[in-house]
Write a protein that binds this ligand. Structure first.
Ligand code: FAD
Ligand code: ZN
Length: 495
Protein backbone atom coordinates (compact mmCIF):
# COMPACT_ATOMS: atom_id res chain seq x y z
CA UNK A 1 0.00 0.00 0.00
CA UNK A 2 1.80 3.14 -1.14
CA UNK A 3 1.68 6.05 1.24
CA UNK A 4 0.26 9.32 -0.05
CA UNK A 5 2.67 11.95 -1.24
CA UNK A 6 2.70 14.00 1.93
CA UNK A 7 4.99 16.97 1.94
CA UNK A 8 8.08 16.19 3.94
CA UNK A 9 8.32 18.71 6.72
CA UNK A 10 11.21 18.79 9.11
CA UNK A 11 10.45 19.63 12.68
CA UNK A 12 12.76 22.58 12.57
CA UNK A 13 10.45 24.29 10.09
CA UNK A 14 7.59 24.17 12.51
CA UNK A 15 7.04 26.94 15.03
CA UNK A 16 8.60 26.20 18.40
CA UNK A 17 6.14 26.78 21.23
CA UNK A 18 6.99 28.61 24.39
CA UNK A 19 7.42 25.87 26.98
CA UNK A 20 7.75 26.24 30.69
CA UNK A 21 11.34 25.12 30.41
CA UNK A 22 14.17 26.17 28.21
CA UNK A 23 15.53 23.15 26.44
CA UNK A 24 17.87 24.46 23.77
CA UNK A 25 17.10 22.90 20.40
CA UNK A 26 19.61 20.96 18.36
CA UNK A 27 21.95 21.20 21.30
CA UNK A 28 25.10 19.18 21.36
CA UNK A 29 24.78 16.72 24.16
CA UNK A 30 27.79 16.49 26.46
CA UNK A 31 29.73 13.28 25.75
CA UNK A 32 29.95 12.77 29.51
CA UNK A 33 26.14 12.51 29.74
CA UNK A 34 26.06 9.98 26.90
CA UNK A 35 28.73 7.95 28.72
CA UNK A 36 26.68 7.97 31.92
CA UNK A 37 23.61 6.80 29.97
CA UNK A 38 25.67 4.00 28.37
CA UNK A 39 26.76 2.91 31.84
CA UNK A 40 23.19 2.98 33.12
CA UNK A 41 21.68 0.76 30.40
CA UNK A 42 24.58 -1.46 29.34
CA UNK A 43 25.71 -2.29 25.80
CA UNK A 44 22.33 -3.61 24.58
CA UNK A 45 20.48 -0.54 25.74
CA UNK A 46 21.70 2.23 23.46
CA UNK A 47 22.70 3.09 19.91
CA UNK A 48 24.16 6.04 18.05
CA UNK A 49 24.44 4.16 14.78
CA UNK A 50 22.80 6.14 11.95
CA UNK A 51 21.02 3.15 10.43
CA UNK A 52 19.70 2.02 13.81
CA UNK A 53 18.60 5.55 14.71
CA UNK A 54 16.71 6.01 11.45
CA UNK A 55 13.41 4.28 12.40
CA UNK A 56 13.29 6.39 15.56
CA UNK A 57 13.53 9.68 13.64
CA UNK A 58 10.55 9.39 11.32
CA UNK A 59 6.93 8.38 11.64
CA UNK A 60 5.05 6.09 9.33
CA UNK A 61 3.45 8.69 7.09
CA UNK A 62 6.71 10.54 6.53
CA UNK A 63 5.17 13.82 7.65
CA UNK A 64 7.96 14.66 10.06
CA UNK A 65 11.58 13.85 10.45
CA UNK A 66 13.43 14.58 13.65
CA UNK A 67 16.88 14.15 15.12
CA UNK A 68 18.44 12.81 18.29
CA UNK A 69 21.87 12.08 19.71
CA UNK A 70 21.12 8.56 20.92
CA UNK A 71 18.32 6.02 21.11
CA UNK A 72 18.20 4.46 24.56
CA UNK A 73 16.25 1.28 25.37
CA UNK A 74 16.26 0.57 29.10
CA UNK A 75 15.28 -2.94 30.19
CA UNK A 76 13.94 -2.07 33.65
CA UNK A 77 11.98 0.71 35.30
CA UNK A 78 15.03 1.50 37.43
CA UNK A 79 17.08 2.03 34.27
CA UNK A 80 14.38 4.32 32.85
CA UNK A 81 14.55 6.30 36.10
CA UNK A 82 18.32 6.57 35.93
CA UNK A 83 18.33 7.72 32.30
CA UNK A 84 15.60 10.31 32.88
CA UNK A 85 17.35 11.58 36.03
CA UNK A 86 20.57 12.03 34.05
CA UNK A 87 18.74 13.96 31.31
CA UNK A 88 16.94 16.02 33.93
CA UNK A 89 20.24 16.95 35.53
CA UNK A 90 21.66 18.07 32.20
CA UNK A 91 18.42 19.67 30.88
CA UNK A 92 18.37 17.33 27.88
CA UNK A 93 15.13 16.47 26.07
CA UNK A 94 13.65 12.98 26.43
CA UNK A 95 11.43 11.61 23.64
CA UNK A 96 9.46 8.57 24.83
CA UNK A 97 8.70 6.19 21.99
CA UNK A 98 6.53 3.08 21.84
CA UNK A 99 5.64 1.30 18.61
CA UNK A 100 5.87 4.61 16.72
CA UNK A 101 2.45 4.07 15.13
CA UNK A 102 1.05 7.41 16.35
CA UNK A 103 -0.51 9.53 13.63
CA UNK A 104 0.10 13.06 14.93
CA UNK A 105 3.89 13.30 15.11
CA UNK A 106 3.97 12.94 18.89
CA UNK A 107 6.86 10.49 18.92
CA UNK A 108 9.29 12.28 16.61
CA UNK A 109 12.34 13.61 18.48
CA UNK A 110 13.73 17.09 18.10
CA UNK A 111 17.12 16.82 19.71
CA UNK A 112 18.00 15.09 22.97
CA UNK A 113 17.52 11.34 23.27
CA UNK A 114 14.86 8.90 22.15
CA UNK A 115 13.73 6.71 25.03
CA UNK A 116 12.40 3.53 23.43
CA UNK A 117 10.31 1.31 25.69
CA UNK A 118 10.74 -1.73 23.42
CA UNK A 119 12.93 -3.72 25.85
CA UNK A 120 10.74 -2.99 28.87
CA UNK A 121 8.30 -5.70 27.84
CA UNK A 122 7.64 -8.18 30.64
CA UNK A 123 4.13 -9.32 31.46
CA UNK A 124 4.63 -9.04 35.18
CA UNK A 125 1.47 -10.71 36.42
CA UNK A 126 -1.93 -12.09 35.42
CA UNK A 127 -4.61 -12.55 38.05
CA UNK A 128 -7.72 -14.12 36.48
CA UNK A 129 -9.64 -13.90 39.76
CA UNK A 130 -9.00 -10.20 40.18
CA UNK A 131 -9.37 -9.90 36.39
CA UNK A 132 -6.15 -7.92 36.02
CA UNK A 133 -2.98 -8.10 34.00
CA UNK A 134 0.15 -6.15 34.88
CA UNK A 135 2.21 -5.31 31.82
CA UNK A 136 5.32 -3.27 31.21
CA UNK A 137 5.01 -0.36 28.81
CA UNK A 138 6.82 -2.00 25.91
CA UNK A 139 4.44 -4.97 25.64
CA UNK A 140 2.87 -5.06 22.19
CA UNK A 141 -0.92 -4.73 22.37
CA UNK A 142 -1.56 -7.98 20.44
CA UNK A 143 0.65 -9.90 22.91
CA UNK A 144 -1.42 -8.57 25.81
CA UNK A 145 -4.64 -9.62 24.07
CA UNK A 146 -3.15 -13.10 23.53
CA UNK A 147 -1.98 -13.39 27.15
CA UNK A 148 -5.48 -12.52 28.33
CA UNK A 149 -6.96 -15.12 25.99
CA UNK A 150 -4.57 -17.75 27.41
CA UNK A 151 -6.37 -17.42 30.75
CA UNK A 152 -9.80 -17.26 29.08
CA UNK A 153 -10.16 -13.53 29.52
CA UNK A 154 -10.56 -10.57 27.18
CA UNK A 155 -8.43 -7.44 27.01
CA UNK A 156 -10.74 -5.42 24.77
CA UNK A 157 -8.51 -2.62 23.46
CA UNK A 158 -8.29 -3.30 19.72
CA UNK A 159 -7.02 -1.15 16.85
CA UNK A 160 -5.52 -1.48 13.40
CA UNK A 161 -1.96 -1.05 14.69
CA UNK A 162 -2.27 -3.67 17.46
CA UNK A 163 0.48 -5.84 16.01
CA UNK A 164 3.09 -3.14 16.64
CA UNK A 165 1.77 -0.46 18.99
CA UNK A 166 2.71 -0.82 22.67
CA UNK A 167 0.53 -0.55 25.73
CA UNK A 168 2.63 2.40 26.98
CA UNK A 169 1.89 4.21 23.72
CA UNK A 170 -1.79 3.22 23.89
CA UNK A 171 -2.12 4.68 27.37
CA UNK A 172 -0.07 7.77 26.58
CA UNK A 173 -2.43 8.51 23.69
CA UNK A 174 -5.58 7.19 25.42
CA UNK A 175 -6.18 5.08 22.31
CA UNK A 176 -9.70 4.27 21.15
CA UNK A 177 -10.32 1.64 18.48
CA UNK A 178 -13.27 -0.55 17.65
CA UNK A 179 -14.63 -1.66 21.04
CA UNK A 180 -14.92 1.69 22.81
CA UNK A 181 -18.70 1.53 22.62
CA UNK A 182 -18.78 -1.42 25.04
CA UNK A 183 -15.52 -1.12 27.03
CA UNK A 184 -14.42 2.52 26.82
CA UNK A 185 -11.09 4.00 25.72
CA UNK A 186 -7.66 2.95 27.01
CA UNK A 187 -8.19 5.22 30.02
CA UNK A 188 -11.15 3.12 31.12
CA UNK A 189 -9.11 -0.07 31.07
CA UNK A 190 -6.50 0.92 33.66
CA UNK A 191 -6.50 0.35 37.40
CA UNK A 192 -2.93 1.32 38.25
CA UNK A 193 0.08 2.97 36.66
CA UNK A 194 3.83 3.09 37.21
CA UNK A 195 5.43 6.26 35.87
CA UNK A 196 8.94 7.67 35.81
CA UNK A 197 8.57 11.36 36.56
CA UNK A 198 10.54 14.00 34.66
CA UNK A 199 13.10 14.18 37.49
CA UNK A 200 13.67 10.41 37.35
CA UNK A 201 11.71 9.41 40.46
CA UNK A 202 9.41 6.42 40.13
CA UNK A 203 5.76 6.97 40.92
CA UNK A 204 4.59 3.50 41.93
CA UNK A 205 0.85 3.42 41.47
CA UNK A 206 0.57 -0.21 40.36
CA UNK A 207 -2.47 -0.93 42.47
CA UNK A 208 -4.87 -3.61 41.24
CA UNK A 209 -7.87 -2.14 43.04
CA UNK A 210 -11.37 -1.46 41.76
CA UNK A 211 -11.96 0.94 44.61
CA UNK A 212 -9.35 3.39 45.85
CA UNK A 213 -10.52 6.85 46.86
CA UNK A 214 -7.30 8.16 48.30
CA UNK A 215 -6.99 11.68 47.03
CA UNK A 216 -6.28 12.81 43.48
CA UNK A 217 -6.34 10.01 40.92
CA UNK A 218 -2.91 10.78 39.49
CA UNK A 219 -2.84 8.07 36.83
CA UNK A 220 -5.27 10.03 34.69
CA UNK A 221 -2.77 12.88 34.42
CA UNK A 222 -0.39 10.64 32.53
CA UNK A 223 -2.94 8.76 30.43
CA UNK A 224 -3.46 10.77 27.25
CA UNK A 225 -0.63 13.20 28.00
CA UNK A 226 1.47 11.88 25.09
CA UNK A 227 4.72 11.60 27.02
CA UNK A 228 4.81 15.26 28.04
CA UNK A 229 4.46 14.66 31.79
CA UNK A 230 6.46 11.48 32.38
CA UNK A 231 7.27 8.01 31.07
CA UNK A 232 4.70 5.28 31.65
CA UNK A 233 6.66 2.14 32.54
CA UNK A 234 3.93 -0.34 33.56
CA UNK A 235 0.19 -0.61 34.07
CA UNK A 236 -2.37 -2.78 35.78
CA UNK A 237 -5.01 -3.45 33.12
CA UNK A 238 -8.58 -4.64 33.49
CA UNK A 239 -9.58 -7.98 32.02
CA UNK A 240 -13.11 -9.05 31.11
CA UNK A 241 -14.92 -12.35 30.54
CA UNK A 242 -14.17 -13.65 27.07
CA UNK A 243 -17.31 -13.60 24.91
CA UNK A 244 -18.67 -17.06 24.09
CA UNK A 245 -20.64 -15.92 21.06
CA UNK A 246 -20.08 -13.14 18.58
CA UNK A 247 -22.56 -12.06 15.93
CA UNK A 248 -21.46 -9.77 13.13
CA UNK A 249 -23.60 -8.12 10.47
CA UNK A 250 -23.34 -5.51 7.76
CA UNK A 251 -26.41 -3.41 7.05
CA UNK A 252 -26.97 -1.08 4.13
CA UNK A 253 -28.84 2.18 4.68
CA UNK A 254 -30.01 5.04 2.51
CA UNK A 255 -28.65 7.80 4.77
CA UNK A 256 -26.60 8.54 7.87
CA UNK A 257 -29.91 9.40 9.58
CA UNK A 258 -31.08 5.85 8.92
CA UNK A 259 -27.77 4.44 10.14
CA UNK A 260 -28.22 6.44 13.36
CA UNK A 261 -31.77 5.15 13.75
CA UNK A 262 -30.39 1.64 13.32
CA UNK A 263 -27.82 2.35 16.03
CA UNK A 264 -30.60 3.41 18.41
CA UNK A 265 -32.51 0.27 17.60
CA UNK A 266 -29.47 -1.95 18.11
CA UNK A 267 -28.60 -0.27 21.41
CA UNK A 268 -32.16 -0.65 22.67
CA UNK A 269 -32.43 -4.34 21.67
CA UNK A 270 -28.93 -5.55 22.52
CA UNK A 271 -27.94 -3.18 25.36
CA UNK A 272 -24.48 -4.18 26.65
CA UNK A 273 -24.11 -6.91 24.04
CA UNK A 274 -23.61 -4.21 21.40
CA UNK A 275 -19.81 -4.19 21.14
CA UNK A 276 -19.20 -2.23 17.95
CA UNK A 277 -21.20 -0.05 15.59
CA UNK A 278 -19.02 1.12 12.71
CA UNK A 279 -19.96 3.36 9.79
CA UNK A 280 -18.81 3.43 6.17
CA UNK A 281 -20.05 5.70 3.43
CA UNK A 282 -20.35 4.44 -0.14
CA UNK A 283 -17.00 5.88 -1.22
CA UNK A 284 -15.23 4.12 1.67
CA UNK A 285 -16.62 0.80 0.55
CA UNK A 286 -15.81 1.44 -3.10
CA UNK A 287 -12.20 2.31 -2.26
CA UNK A 288 -11.74 -0.79 -0.10
CA UNK A 289 -13.25 -3.08 -2.72
CA UNK A 290 -11.28 -1.54 -5.58
CA UNK A 291 -7.88 -1.40 -3.95
CA UNK A 292 -7.53 -4.03 -1.25
CA UNK A 293 -7.17 -7.62 -2.30
CA UNK A 294 -9.83 -10.03 -1.12
CA UNK A 295 -12.30 -7.32 -0.07
CA UNK A 296 -15.74 -7.55 -1.69
CA UNK A 297 -19.09 -5.80 -1.55
CA UNK A 298 -21.57 -8.33 -0.10
CA UNK A 299 -24.56 -6.56 -1.67
CA UNK A 300 -25.85 -6.74 -5.22
CA UNK A 301 -26.77 -3.06 -5.30
CA UNK A 302 -25.00 0.14 -4.31
CA UNK A 303 -26.16 1.90 -1.11
CA UNK A 304 -25.39 5.31 0.35
CA UNK A 305 -23.88 3.95 3.56
CA UNK A 306 -23.26 0.90 5.71
CA UNK A 307 -23.14 -0.07 9.36
CA UNK A 308 -21.05 -2.91 10.70
CA UNK A 309 -22.66 -4.25 13.86
CA UNK A 310 -21.07 -6.59 16.35
CA UNK A 311 -22.86 -8.20 19.28
CA UNK A 312 -21.05 -10.35 21.80
CA UNK A 313 -22.30 -12.43 24.68
CA UNK A 314 -20.74 -13.98 27.72
CA UNK A 315 -22.95 -16.58 29.35
CA UNK A 316 -24.68 -19.81 28.40
CA UNK A 317 -27.90 -17.91 27.98
CA UNK A 318 -26.60 -16.18 24.89
CA UNK A 319 -28.10 -18.56 22.34
CA UNK A 320 -30.47 -15.71 21.66
CA UNK A 321 -27.75 -13.43 20.37
CA UNK A 322 -28.30 -14.47 16.77
CA UNK A 323 -32.00 -13.96 17.26
CA UNK A 324 -31.37 -10.50 18.69
CA UNK A 325 -29.32 -9.58 15.63
CA UNK A 326 -32.05 -10.88 13.35
CA UNK A 327 -34.68 -8.92 15.25
CA UNK A 328 -32.62 -5.74 15.07
CA UNK A 329 -32.24 -6.07 11.31
CA UNK A 330 -35.64 -7.41 10.31
CA UNK A 331 -37.42 -4.77 12.39
CA UNK A 332 -35.18 -2.11 10.86
CA UNK A 333 -36.12 -3.34 7.39
CA UNK A 334 -39.80 -3.14 8.28
CA UNK A 335 -39.24 0.40 9.54
CA UNK A 336 -37.55 1.19 6.24
CA UNK A 337 -34.23 2.25 7.81
CA UNK A 338 -32.26 -0.70 6.45
CA UNK A 339 -32.35 -1.53 2.76
CA UNK A 340 -30.38 -4.78 2.88
CA UNK A 341 -28.29 -6.72 5.38
CA UNK A 342 -26.03 -9.74 5.73
CA UNK A 343 -25.28 -11.67 8.91
CA UNK A 344 -21.97 -13.55 9.07
CA UNK A 345 -22.61 -17.30 9.20
CA UNK A 346 -19.07 -18.18 10.32
CA UNK A 347 -15.98 -16.69 11.91
CA UNK A 348 -14.45 -16.42 8.46
CA UNK A 349 -17.40 -14.40 7.18
CA UNK A 350 -17.27 -12.13 10.23
CA UNK A 351 -13.56 -11.56 9.57
CA UNK A 352 -14.42 -10.71 5.97
CA UNK A 353 -16.87 -8.01 7.09
CA UNK A 354 -14.30 -6.56 9.50
CA UNK A 355 -11.70 -6.69 6.75
CA UNK A 356 -13.99 -4.49 4.64
CA UNK A 357 -14.08 -1.93 7.45
CA UNK A 358 -10.36 -2.11 8.27
CA UNK A 359 -9.37 -1.87 4.61
CA UNK A 360 -10.70 1.67 4.20
CA UNK A 361 -7.71 3.64 5.59
CA UNK A 362 -5.41 1.21 3.81
CA UNK A 363 -7.18 1.82 0.48
CA UNK A 364 -7.40 5.58 0.61
CA UNK A 365 -3.87 6.35 -0.63
CA UNK A 366 -4.86 4.73 -3.93
CA UNK A 367 -7.19 7.71 -4.51
CA UNK A 368 -4.28 10.15 -4.21
CA UNK A 369 -3.43 12.54 -1.42
CA UNK A 370 -5.84 12.96 1.47
CA UNK A 371 -6.56 15.59 4.10
CA UNK A 372 -7.69 13.92 7.31
CA UNK A 373 -9.97 14.71 10.20
CA UNK A 374 -10.36 12.53 13.29
CA UNK A 375 -13.35 14.20 14.90
CA UNK A 376 -16.16 13.43 17.30
CA UNK A 377 -19.55 15.00 17.91
CA UNK A 378 -22.41 13.86 20.14
CA UNK A 379 -23.68 10.63 18.55
CA UNK A 380 -27.05 12.28 17.93
CA UNK A 381 -25.37 14.90 15.72
CA UNK A 382 -23.31 12.65 13.45
CA UNK A 383 -25.73 12.90 10.48
CA UNK A 384 -25.87 16.69 10.82
CA UNK A 385 -22.07 16.81 10.93
CA UNK A 386 -21.76 14.65 7.82
CA UNK A 387 -24.27 16.68 5.81
CA UNK A 388 -22.79 20.03 6.78
CA UNK A 389 -19.14 18.96 6.48
CA UNK A 390 -19.66 17.48 3.02
CA UNK A 391 -21.48 20.62 1.86
CA UNK A 392 -18.72 22.83 3.25
CA UNK A 393 -15.79 21.07 1.63
CA UNK A 394 -17.55 20.41 -1.67
CA UNK A 395 -18.48 24.08 -2.01
CA UNK A 396 -14.96 25.07 -1.08
CA UNK A 397 -13.13 22.70 -3.40
CA UNK A 398 -15.10 21.34 -6.37
CA UNK A 399 -14.22 17.74 -7.09
CA UNK A 400 -12.97 16.94 -3.59
CA UNK A 401 -14.02 13.40 -2.55
CA UNK A 402 -15.06 12.99 1.10
CA UNK A 403 -14.46 9.51 2.50
CA UNK A 404 -16.29 9.19 5.81
CA UNK A 405 -16.00 6.14 8.02
CA UNK A 406 -15.42 5.27 11.64
CA UNK A 407 -16.95 4.63 14.98
CA UNK A 408 -20.52 5.92 14.68
CA UNK A 409 -21.42 4.40 18.05
CA UNK A 410 -18.82 6.70 19.66
CA UNK A 411 -19.73 9.74 17.55
CA UNK A 412 -16.20 9.49 16.10
CA UNK A 413 -15.90 9.89 12.34
CA UNK A 414 -12.71 9.78 10.29
CA UNK A 415 -13.70 12.44 7.76
CA UNK A 416 -10.95 12.10 5.19
CA UNK A 417 -10.88 14.00 1.94
CA UNK A 418 -9.37 12.50 -1.17
CA UNK A 419 -8.00 15.05 -3.59
CA UNK A 420 -9.97 16.10 -6.69
CA UNK A 421 -8.90 13.77 -9.49
CA UNK A 422 -7.50 16.54 -11.67
CA UNK A 423 -5.67 18.41 -8.90
CA UNK A 424 -1.96 18.29 -8.16
CA UNK A 425 -1.34 16.38 -4.91
CA UNK A 426 0.99 19.00 -3.45
CA UNK A 427 -1.40 21.84 -4.28
CA UNK A 428 -4.15 19.88 -2.53
CA UNK A 429 -2.04 19.16 0.54
CA UNK A 430 -1.08 22.83 0.75
CA UNK A 431 -4.74 23.39 1.71
CA UNK A 432 -4.50 20.99 4.69
CA UNK A 433 -4.57 23.55 7.47
CA UNK A 434 -7.16 25.80 5.88
CA UNK A 435 -9.52 22.87 5.24
CA UNK A 436 -8.91 21.48 8.74
CA UNK A 437 -9.85 24.85 10.18
CA UNK A 438 -13.14 24.90 8.27
CA UNK A 439 -14.11 21.40 9.35
CA UNK A 440 -12.88 21.82 12.93
CA UNK A 441 -14.83 25.08 13.29
CA UNK A 442 -17.96 23.18 12.28
CA UNK A 443 -17.12 20.42 14.76
CA UNK A 444 -16.72 23.00 17.53
CA UNK A 445 -20.09 24.52 16.60
CA UNK A 446 -21.66 21.08 17.02
CA UNK A 447 -20.09 20.65 20.46
CA UNK A 448 -17.50 18.18 19.18
CA UNK A 449 -13.77 17.51 19.41
CA UNK A 450 -11.14 18.15 16.73
CA UNK A 451 -9.17 15.11 17.92
CA UNK A 452 -11.25 12.14 18.97
CA UNK A 453 -8.64 9.37 19.00
CA UNK A 454 -5.20 10.29 17.80
CA UNK A 455 -4.19 13.05 20.18
CA UNK A 456 -2.43 16.36 19.60
CA UNK A 457 1.27 15.61 19.04
CA UNK A 458 2.79 18.10 16.67
CA UNK A 459 -0.04 18.08 14.15
CA UNK A 460 -2.83 19.61 16.22
CA UNK A 461 -1.10 22.03 18.57
CA UNK A 462 -2.59 25.06 16.88
CA UNK A 463 -6.05 23.50 17.10
CA UNK A 464 -5.56 22.96 20.81
CA UNK A 465 -4.86 26.67 21.23
CA UNK A 466 -7.89 27.59 19.14
CA UNK A 467 -10.52 25.29 20.57
CA UNK A 468 -9.62 24.83 24.23
CA UNK A 469 -10.84 27.51 26.58
CA UNK A 470 -8.42 29.86 28.37
CA UNK A 471 -8.83 28.22 31.78
CA UNK A 472 -8.28 24.74 30.27
CA UNK A 473 -5.08 25.85 28.58
CA UNK A 474 -3.89 27.66 31.71
CA UNK A 475 -4.42 24.56 33.81
CA UNK A 476 -2.62 22.35 31.29
CA UNK A 477 0.35 24.70 31.24
CA UNK A 478 0.38 24.88 35.04
CA UNK A 479 0.42 21.08 35.27
CA UNK A 480 3.21 20.86 32.72
CA UNK A 481 5.26 23.44 34.61
CA UNK A 482 4.63 21.73 37.96
CA UNK A 483 5.57 18.25 36.81
CA UNK A 484 8.26 19.12 34.29
CA UNK A 485 9.68 22.53 35.24
CA UNK A 486 12.69 22.05 32.98
CA UNK A 487 10.50 21.16 30.00
CA UNK A 488 12.52 18.07 29.09
CA UNK A 489 9.66 15.63 28.48
CA UNK A 490 8.70 15.44 24.82
CA UNK A 491 9.17 19.18 24.31
CA UNK A 492 7.25 20.91 21.56
CA UNK A 493 4.36 18.46 21.60
CA UNK A 494 0.76 19.00 22.73
CA UNK A 495 1.19 22.47 24.32
P1 FAD B 1 3.99 5.91 19.71
O1 FAD B 1 3.52 6.24 18.35
O2 FAD B 1 5.36 5.39 19.83
O3 FAD B 1 3.85 7.19 20.66
C1 FAD B 1 2.67 7.93 20.69
C2 FAD B 1 2.80 9.05 21.75
O4 FAD B 1 2.90 8.47 23.05
C3 FAD B 1 4.06 9.88 21.59
O5 FAD B 1 3.77 11.18 22.00
C4 FAD B 1 5.05 9.24 22.54
O6 FAD B 1 6.00 10.17 23.02
C5 FAD B 1 4.15 8.78 23.66
N1 FAD B 1 4.60 7.54 24.32
C6 FAD B 1 4.77 6.32 23.78
N2 FAD B 1 5.09 5.43 24.74
C7 FAD B 1 5.14 6.12 25.91
C8 FAD B 1 5.40 5.75 27.27
N3 FAD B 1 5.68 4.50 27.60
N4 FAD B 1 5.36 6.72 28.20
C9 FAD B 1 5.07 7.99 27.88
N5 FAD B 1 4.80 8.40 26.62
C10 FAD B 1 4.83 7.46 25.65
N6 FAD B 1 -5.39 5.08 17.36
C11 FAD B 1 -6.58 4.98 17.98
O7 FAD B 1 -6.76 5.59 19.02
N7 FAD B 1 -7.59 4.22 17.46
C12 FAD B 1 -7.44 3.51 16.33
O8 FAD B 1 -8.36 2.84 15.89
C13 FAD B 1 -6.18 3.56 15.67
N8 FAD B 1 -5.97 2.85 14.55
C14 FAD B 1 -4.75 2.92 13.95
C15 FAD B 1 -4.54 2.14 12.82
C16 FAD B 1 -3.31 2.17 12.18
C17 FAD B 1 -3.10 1.30 10.96
C18 FAD B 1 -2.27 3.01 12.68
C19 FAD B 1 -0.93 3.06 12.04
C20 FAD B 1 -2.49 3.77 13.80
C21 FAD B 1 -3.71 3.74 14.45
N9 FAD B 1 -3.96 4.49 15.60
C22 FAD B 1 -5.16 4.39 16.22
C23 FAD B 1 -2.90 5.38 16.14
C24 FAD B 1 -1.86 4.70 17.05
O9 FAD B 1 -1.77 3.33 16.77
C25 FAD B 1 -2.21 4.88 18.51
O10 FAD B 1 -2.08 6.24 18.82
C26 FAD B 1 -1.33 4.07 19.48
O11 FAD B 1 -1.90 4.15 20.76
C27 FAD B 1 0.12 4.54 19.56
O12 FAD B 1 0.90 3.57 20.24
P2 FAD B 1 2.48 3.47 19.97
O13 FAD B 1 3.05 2.46 20.91
O14 FAD B 1 2.75 3.25 18.55
O15 FAD B 1 2.96 4.91 20.43
ZN1 ZN C 1 -10.46 5.07 14.43
Amino acid sequence: MGDPPYPRVTLSRLPWPALAGNVPRNMTIPEQLLDSIRDAVGPKGWTTDDAELEPHLTERRGLWRGQCAMAVSPATTAEVGEVVALCHGAGVAVQPQGGNTGLVGGGVPDGGIVLSLARLNDLRQIDPINNTLTAEAGCVLADIQAAAEDVDRLFPLSLGAEGSCQIGGNLSTNAGGVQVLRYGTARDLVLGLEVVLPDGRVLDGLRALRKDNTGYDLKHLFIGSEGTLGVITAAVLKLFPRPRRIETALAAAASAEDALALFQRAAAKAADALTAFEFLDRRSLELAVAHVEGVRDPFAEAHRCYALIELSGFGDGDGGLKQTMEEILSGAMEQGIVADAVIAASGAQAAELWRLRDAVPEAQPAAGASIKHDVSVPVSRVPEFLTKARALVEADMPGVRPVAFGHLGDGNIHFNLSQPEDMDADAFLAEWQRVNRMVHDLVAELGGSFSAEHGIGTLKREDLKRYKTGPELDLMKALKAALDPKGIMNPGKVL
